[in-house]
Ligand binder design. Structure first.
Ligand code: ZN
Length: 202
């Protein structure tokens, strides 16, 4: 399931101007206003559009950026990730192919960074921390290249593999979810209701 030309154009324009009106968006894409609205809704449901945020310039606010590489024991990763994600100053947290985690941390002072390091060091599973301070930034576009030629495609919500052909659509809680096959659809539905039960229980 590759992105259509209309979807790709909508993404390109929305990344440039997230506050554009539907009418104006439709005009620029060359489709009707209802089609533009439906496309945006579909991209939101697909999870391709994950949100609309106000971008701030951290430097202007006097924040310092650090990259922390966190090495450790994979067995406790899930709890570890949850604890790190819960630290407000952690701006992004990514897993790298060598099994380590890379956190970007924005802090107003070195004292706060020290506090975060102390918290990280005592978490179960953390074996080694490496810290680098970001001293310059030359590009941080916050956008993704989406022109149709890149052949971007939608991944199955369950197995994360590319959806070949038409997706299986599941409607859960008034939202569409896109799966590659019936098997993934039923597994996904089971996982979804498990997570929902867990979230609902005290
Ligand atoms: Zn799948």
């Amino acid at each position: 399931m590759e992105l259509s030309e209309t979807q790709a154009k909508v993404l390109e324009i929305l990344q440039e101007d997230p506050r554009i009106s539907m009418r104006r968006l439709a005009h620029r894409v060359g489709v009707s206003t209802p089609t533009a609205s439906a496309t945006v809704k579909e991209l939101e449901e697909l999870g391709v559009i994950s949100g609309y945020k106000t971008l701030l310039d951290a430097g202007k606010l006097g924040l310092h950026t650090f990259h922390l590489r966190i090495h450790g024991d994979l067995r406790s990763w899930e709890d570890l990730v949850e604890s790190i994600v819960g630290i407000n100053e952690v701006h992004t947290l990514r897993e790298l192919d060598d099994g380590s985690l890379l956190a970007e941390v924005l802090v107003p002072s070195l004292d706060i960074l020290d506090g975060i390091m102390r918290r990280l060091r005592v978490l179960v599973g953390v074996e080694k921390l490496e810290v680098s301070r970001v001293t310059g930034e030359f590009k941080n576009s916050g956008t993704v290249q989406t022109d149709a030629a890149t052949g971007l495609s939608i991944d199955c919500f369950y197995c994360k593999k590319k959806i070949a052909g038409n997706p299986v659509k599941l409607e859960l809680d008034h939202r569409k979810h896109y799966l590659c096959c019936r098997v993934c659809a039923s597994e996904y539905e089971a996982k979804y209701s498990r997570l929902k039960d867990k979230a609902g229980s005290p």
